[in-house]
Design a protein around this ligand. Structure first.
Ligand code: NAP
Length: 298
């Protein structure tokens, strides 16, 4: 059973693996099946869930909330993370997809999320993507209002550069607790562009999205050399799947990311939990990095 861990000095305690609900509407689960799926990962100790207002064309939060309403005891066993700051064409009034980080939108989106989840508080609210029109003072005003009202307990960002992170942080009286970033063998930019260094420096833990490249790692012919290397490491370590090796690779990063699981299959979710037991050697780690990049690394 996984144990909760602090993700920042003044931050919340989250499970070391997070369940991501971006693809919930694709899973075709009935409300009762959603309850069973949530109970399944809670029983493994995966208590933190990741959402966004826009997921499933703005439907995922409410579908998840339907399950919470069916089994009201679940809410207090979960930490709910959600995001705002993107407007998609799934809403007819948005004639173009765009970013939106003004105060009124953030406040409204948070209220919508609270209503969808049938809860009085969000554990963590993130700005989903950097917005070229983001006025840091405006975002900070919104965050402080939500914090003072007790509606959102912690705040963070996603896909922010270190400079964008520092700008927003400079306007806040409390610490941002995470930067949610794409991290996987097939997307390694954050490893050396300063993003993870900043997390380490500030002692905040990143959340890692699309750890399996959104599934591409398994089905893209381009990644066959990577799969071959993962299989070799799997055999050397006794891991039970390639997924486990990938998650162990991410968990070795010294910024201590919290991987977000994207699978809607209970058996695969259980499998991922086993990756916390797995340790790779430095050479195994670099073999995977090299196989994914396709060239030798200094
Ligand atoms: N902040 C952001 O900008 C951002 C962006 C994207 C995602 N996210 C978050 O990150 C979470 C995870 O992202 P993701 O869904 O892209 O994660 P992922 O784990 O990289 O990809 C999940 C996909 O891989 C498939 N998969 C898993 N194991 C597999 C295997 N062994 N063989 C073949 N296919 C396999 C899954 O299919 P099955 O369901 O069939 O297992 C699913 O379609 C999301 O739910 C969301 O919460 C955040």
């Amino acid at each position: 059973m996984l144990q909760p861990q602090a993700i920042a000095l003044q931050g919340p305690e989250f499970s070391p693996l997070v369940m991501g609900y971006w693809r919930l509407m694709e899973w075709g689960m009935s409300p009762q099946e959603r309850v069973a799926f949530i109970e399944h990962h809670l029983n493994l100790g995966i208590t933190t869930v990741d959402h966004a207002d826009i997921y499933g064309d703005y439907q995922c939060e409410a579908a998840f909330g339907e399950a919470l309403k069916l089994a009201p005891g679940l809410r207090d066993r979960l930490q709910i993370v959600t995001k705002c700051g993107i407007a998609t064409r799934a809403r007819p009034e948005n004639r173009i997809g765009h970013y939106i980080t003004d105060k009124a939108h953030i406040l409204q989106s948070a209220e919508n999320s609270l209503r969808h989840f049938h809860t009085d508080r969000l554990d963590l609210l993130l700005i989903h993507r950097p917005d070229p029109l983001m006025a840091a003072d405006d975002v900070a005003d919104a965050f402080m209002a939500l914090h003072q009202a007790g509606k959102v307990l912690h705040f963070g960002v996603s896909n922010f550069t270190p400079a964008q992170f520092s700008l927003l942080q400079s306007r806040l009286p409390f610490s941002l607790v995470t930067n949610q970033l794409e991290i996987s063998p097939v997307q390694q930019s954050a490893l050396l562009d300063g993003s993870l260094d900043q997390c380490q420096q500030l002692r905040i833990r990143p959340m890692a999205w699309s750890c399996l490249g959104g599934g591409r790692l398994f089905n893209d012919p381009h990644f066959q050399p990577l799969r071959d290397e993962l299989e070799a490491v799997r055999q050397e370590t006794g891991a039970t799947s390639l997924d486990q090796v990938v998650y162990a690779w991410i968990l070795m990063l010294p910024s201590r990311p919290l991987p977000i699981i994207g699978s809607g299959k209970a058996a695969r979710v259980s499998e991922v939990a086993g990756s916390l037991e797995l340790t790779l050697t430095r050479q195994q780690w670099f073999r995977i990095r090299k196989a994914a990049l396709g060239f030798d690394v200094p």
